[in-house]
Design a protein. Structure first.
Length: 329
């Protein structure tokens, strides 16, 4: 059973009990409004409840006017939909269309226009939507473990990819199906979605660390895809390929580290200087393969630049969390 179901049940029960205590007829209507108000994040809950409350007020005014002018007939409900829905959408409260309909249909069911009935509907809105908002603000599940799990999955897949690139550079005849690229893309997207949800759950001072991390991995994954295209052009074994393979072996270890170590960057700079001192290619095959390897190094430089730019903020946030957790322990 998901946490949203539990929250919905709690909000429904709370709203019905409060509505009954206030003395509102058919108090179960508050439970229906509470069900409509429960959301998966705090910020979304605030936006949704606000939209539904004001949409219901707009719908209530339109319905009240139509019932007062034309009476309580079924065809008047059709006019209510015809006039109120476009007005609610134009006012920017699209999410509140259903809620406004619930309120207006309750008025229609009572077939009575009075100040008491109007107050009852406003009270019902406040209790139903307010209960949903209260439950949403009180409890949202912690997602740190899930986020760390996705991070470990992404880092592990990146490590495997770099090992496979190294194996291909050692032996151009090596066959790799590339499934880890697809898995990494899926994991990064899940991470971005979860990070956005985590930010929406923090109404005040949202923490962007996870969003920054997964955005970094998304950019790096695009760089890796470019590397794979260049790798396909390394169709002949050369000592240069062996040397670059050692870089990716080092990177397969570094990518599992939460901090930017800089070891691969130092090896890459040293290797590029060594390349400059080597003799020029003597055959067309050697020229093409060395050219692809050189471009692969350029793409690796871009990958490392992204890591160097984005990884530090993540580390800083994690150190703060660890320090805070140590203090609590």
């Amino acid at each position: 059973m998901g946490f949203r179901v539990v929250k919905t049940a709690a909000a429904t029960l709370l709203s019905v009990l409060l509505a009954a205590a206030v003395g509102i007829p058919n108090a179960q209507g508050a439970g229906l409004l509470a069900i409509l108000g429960v959301e998966v994040t705090r910020k979304r809950s605030v936006r949704t409840i606000t939209a539904r409350f004001f949409a219901s007020l707009v719908g209530l005014l339109v319905g009240w006017a139509l019932f007062w002018l034309l009476g309580f007939h079924y065809w008047v409900l059709g006019l209510f939909v015809l006039f109120s829905f476009p007005l609610i959408v134009r006012a920017g409260f699209r999410e509140g269309i259903v809620t406004s309909s619930v309120i207006v249909f309750r008025v229609f069911g009572q077939a009575e226009l009075s100040l008491e009935v109007l107050i009852q509907q406003v009270e019902l809105l406040a209790i139903g939507l307010g209960s949903a908002g209260l439950v949403n603000l009180i409890y949202m599940p912690k997602s740190d473990e899930m986020m760390y799990g996705i991070r470990r999955e992404v880092d592990g897949l990146f490590s495997i990819i770099f090992k496979q690139i190294s194996s291909t550079l050692h032996d151009p005849q090596y066959i790799w199906d590339g499934k880890e690229l697809i898995q990494a893309g899926s994991a990064v997207q899940r991470g971005l979605t979860a990070a956005a949800r985590e930010m929406e759950n923090r109404v005040i001072h949202p923490d962007e660390a996870w969003n920054v991390y997964f955005y970094m991995r998304k950019e790096q994954l695009e760089s890796i895809q470019n590397m794979i295209q260049l790798l396909s052009q390394v169709y002949h074994h050369l000592p240069h390929g062996e040397m670059v393979a050692e870089l990716f072996e080092q990177l397969s270890n570094d990518v599992l580290n939460e901090q930017y170590t800089g070891r691969t960057e130092k090896l890459l700079n040293s290797l590029e200087q060594e390349f400059q001192g080597m003799r020029l290619p003597s055959t067309r095959v050697e020229f093409e393969v060395r050219s692809a390897i050189l471009q692969l190094c350029r793409e690796l430089t871009l990958y490392l630049k992204i890591a160097k730019q984005y990884k530090a903020p993540i580390v800083g946030q994690q150190m703060l969390r660890q320090t805070s957790a140590a203090g609590r322990r």
